[in-house]
Design a protein around this ligand. Structure first.
Ligand code: PEP
Length: 254
């Protein structure tokens, strides 16, 4: 059985008091209401990590994630945060290659390959994001584009290493737009990614890697998307900022 994961990417939202309120509500609702084994990852801005960690404590259901991390351990990189710093704050997961980082901060597949390697070396679980823009899908090049993103960023890893990665398929045209990929579109791309991993490594390894879907997941569409064979959960943006909506998305696995 593959791990199920629901991760909430808060992006650049919430002051510290707002973030603490949100996290407390989610923690209580998840503890009181959720009847499934899915792991929940809260991913606030860097500056709130320690504050949110003190609320999560040592839960084996709710984990702490970061939205990015630098590819060097320390040094003269003003404004950046390293993997070991994240680990020292109780972080277990880190998003790498979100489409907003690719688009606004020029992150390339080559850089992401370095970041994936480095976070794994530091014992973090990378949530590696891939996904195509609308024009790529309209040109029917989405498999080729996503295949290249996965290959360039992940296929230098050993088989043992790639088994520690979580992948998030996030079609850019579905992020923050209210337009969700259909359950069939999501399943098709997740199966494509899994087959690509099976061809490079092994079926056993491909079958062990959680592949999350991201892009306008809401309480009313989560169940259908999560019920697809190769969809192992979600990376949630907008709806992760509302405790009730986010908890109901987690409950879609009940
Ligand atoms: C995201 O930013 O990863 C995301 C999926 O956002 P939203 O759920 O708002 O589409």
């Amino acid at each position: 059985m593959r791990k199920k994961i629901v991760a909430g990417n808060w992006k650049m939202n919430c002051t510290l008091p707002e973030g603490k309120k949100l996290a407390s509500e989610v923690i209580h609702m998840v503890e009181d209401e959720v009847n499934n084994e899915a792991e929940v990852v809260l991913i606030p801005p860097f500056i709130h990590l320690t504050g949110i960690q003190s609320l999560i404590g040592s839960s084996n259901k709710i984990f702490l994630g970061a939205q990015n991390c630098h590819q060097n351990q320390s040094g003269a990189f003003t404004g950046e945060v390293s993997a070991s710093m994240l680990v020292s704050c109780g972080v277990t997961h880190v998003i790498l290659g979100h489409s907003e980082r690719r688009e606004y901060f020029g992150e390339t597949d080559e850089l992401l390959s370095e970041k994936v390697n480095f976070t794994l070396e530091n014992g973090l679980t990378p949530i590696f994001c891939c996904g195509e823009k609308l024009e790529v899908r309209e040109a029917r090049d989405h498999e080729s584009l996503v295949g290249t993103q996965v290959e360039k960023a992940l296929f230098d890893l050993s088989e043992d290493q790639i088994r520690k990665v979580v992948i998030a398929y996030e079609p850019v045209w579905a992020i923050g737009t209210g337009v969700t990929a259909s359950a069939e579109q999501a399943q098709e791309m997740h199966a494509f990614i899994r087959n690509q991993i099976a061809a490079k490594y092994s079926q056993d390894t491909a079958d062990s890697i959680p592949i999350l879907y991201g892009g306008s997941v809401k309480p009313d569409n989560a169940k259908e998307i999560f019920s697809q064979q190769d969809v192992d959960g979600g990376l949630i943006g907008g709806a992760s900022l509302k405790s009730r909506d986010f908890t109901n998305i987690v409950k879609a696995f009940d």
